[in-house]
Design a protein around this ligand. Structure first.
Ligand code: SF4
Length: 227
């Protein structure tokens, strides 16, 4: 059994898969409390579902293509989740997982494309990244820094350089944080740091990283769930 918040089909909003149709399986529960978290509704509740029922719903929404496991923090349910991800892979799905990077990732099947956060200081969860996870990363994976302030940008830049992330993973993403209470307008004014400022700094610092915008927040109202 897995504890599930929602299963739905939408457009992938982040990562190098941004813009592609994707089926999302959102798991309940998180052990972190990021200041800008837009998924607080996952912290409690959730419906217990058998793996067969989750798989049937994913197949009903799309018999193939991209499937993303997200949360909350999905790796809190590692024991049941790992075989479920393997089942999706064996059935022909391209599987992504979004994770905070705090839980060990060594048991995630190698074919799963990991999108791993490294929390910056102004997330309120700096130092939560499990450094052993650097050994679990492959050039199939992505590292993401959600950046709210200049201090966060400086941390992301230094961490990227110190650990040679550009050589370790497929993409390093610097993603300006959205305000938690953002609603209404769908534009960069709701970011906590200007994407323009982040872009300028990436270029000035000569980083080979990707500026990541959460495109679902520009398409739909930023407060909308299930997109
Ligand atoms: S790890 Fe993700 S779900 Fe958990 S508090 Fe941070 S942003 Fe929210």
């Amino acid at each position: 059994m897995l504890s599930i918040i929602e299963i739905y089909r939408s457009i992938q909003g982040e990562s190098s898969f941004a813009g592609l149709p994707c089926t999302f399986v959102r798991l309940a529960g998180c052990n972190l409390r990021c200041t800008w978290c837009d998924s607080e509704y996952t912290f409690s509740g959730g419906k217990k579902m058998e793996a067969d029922a989750i798989f049937a719903e994913v197949q009903r929404l799309s018999p193939n293509g991209l499937a993303e496991i997200t949360g909350g923090e999905p790796m809190l349910q590692e024991r049941e989740l790992v075989p479920f991800m393997q089942r999706l892979i064996d059935s022909g799905y391209q599987v992504l997982i979004e994770t905070s990077g705090e839980r060990p990732l060594a048991n995630v099947p190698r074919q799963v494309h990991k999108i791993v956060d490294v929390k910056c200081p102004d997330s309120g969860e700096g130092d939560s990244f499990n450094l052993d996870n650097l050994n679990a990363l492959t050039n199939n994976d992505e590292i993401k820094f959600v950046i709210a302030t200049q201090r966060d940008y400086d941390f992301a830049r230094d961490f990227t350089r110190q650990h040679r992330l550009e050589q370790k993973v497929n993409s390093v993403i610097f993603s300006p944080a959205f305000r938690k209470d953002a609603t209404g307008a769908r534009d960069a004014s709701h970011c906590l740091i200007s994407p323009c400022q982040v872009a300028d700094m990436i270029v000035k610092d000569g980083l080979n990283v990707r500026l990541g915008l959460q495109i679902h927040k520009f398409i739909w109202d930023p407060a909308t769930k299930g997109v």
